[in-house]
Design a protein around this ligand. Structure first.
Ligand code: HEM
Ligand code: HEM
Length: 210
């Protein structure tokens, strides 16, 4: 029995667990795109589906890499805001920065969906499903997404600060507990884990081990 025949089924189980974790931690995000932005959802689903129907590998790669650019571009807003917030002293400006970051999150999700769906379609066109690298890439992406959702829910992170500013007004920004939720340590944690995940997935794509 080859190693792949043992590792790939183990990765299926891990994938199922991580899909559950994303659905649980991501909570309202899928409902939001289906109900509030149905047109965006149709386009995001339709474009990779069309390229798959054409069985075009180059077209899928164009969509896949454009999705990656869109994801990174959209998410760069939140990454920069995270560090800018650590030196912000004005509550109203902190609120505006969080607003901007929230807007970036919409584009992050559109890019991420295009990236994943075109990757899955390319997996069928290239028949890569018996290989370790494609499952590992999916699992790393799911794991880091679940971590980002978890870190921003249940009284943690940027969403918790939004809630505090909503309830207590911009004066809530002056409370040390509010600032601690989005301090430099938090920004660094997300940068380290997020960058490591992005590098690992890109390496899996390029070297395709297993
Ligand atoms: C941060 C996330 C990702 C980035 C930056 C990325 C980037 C890339 C790049 C640059 C290539 C071209 C590689 C080459 O031809 O040498 C590629 C190919 C591919 N990617 Fe991704 N990718 C990501 C996530 C994913 C995911 C989650 C999947 C699985 C659903 C996936 C599936 C594929 C497939 C099947 C190919 C075609 C490989 C081949 O030509 O045999 N990618 N990706
Ligand atoms: C593959 C890499 C990454 C993925 C898949 C990812 C995914 C996500 C997702 C899905 C969210 C939304 C959470 C929510 O709506 O509650 C998020 C939030 C966030 N991420 Fe990432 N992320 C990645 C890398 C990074 C990096 C490198 C940073 C650098 C600082 C970062 C910083 C943040 C911040 C600050 C937020 C909160 C933004 C806000 O609520 O305004 N992420 N991430």
């Amino acid at each position: 029995m080859e190693l792949n025949e043992l590792v790939v089924p183990a990765l299926w189980v891990l994938t199922a667990v991580l899909v559950g974790a994303v659905l649980w931690t991501g909570d309202g995000v899928f409902r939001y795109f289906l109900t509030v932005k149905p047109l965006v959802t149709v386009v995001v689903l339709g474009v990779p589906l069309l390229a798959w129907a054409l069985q075009s590998h180059p077209l899928l790669m164009l969509i896949h890499i454009s999705g990656a650019f869109l994801f990174v571009g959209g998410h760069a807003v939140s990454a920069l805001v995270a560090f800018r917030l650590t030196t912000e002293t004005d509550g109203a400006r902190a609120e505006s920065l969080l607003d901007l970051s929230g807007y970036g999150i919409v584009w992050l999700h559109i890019g991420l969906a295009v990236l994943i769906l075109s990757g899955i379609a390319a997996g069928f066109v290239e028949q890569s499903w018996d290989q370790v690298w494609i499952w590992l890439a999916i699992d790393v992406l799911l794991a880091i997404s679940a971590y980002m959702y978890w870190g921003n829910s249940g009284g943690r992170g940027y969403n918790a600060v939004r809630k505090r500013l909503e309830e207590g007004g911009t004066a809530a920004w002056d409370e040390p507990e509010t600032r601690r939720l989005v301090d430099r340590a938090q920004a660094l944690r997300l940068t380290l884990t997020g960058t490591a995940a992005l590098l690992a997935i890109t390496a899996l794509m390029v070297f395709q081990p297993g």
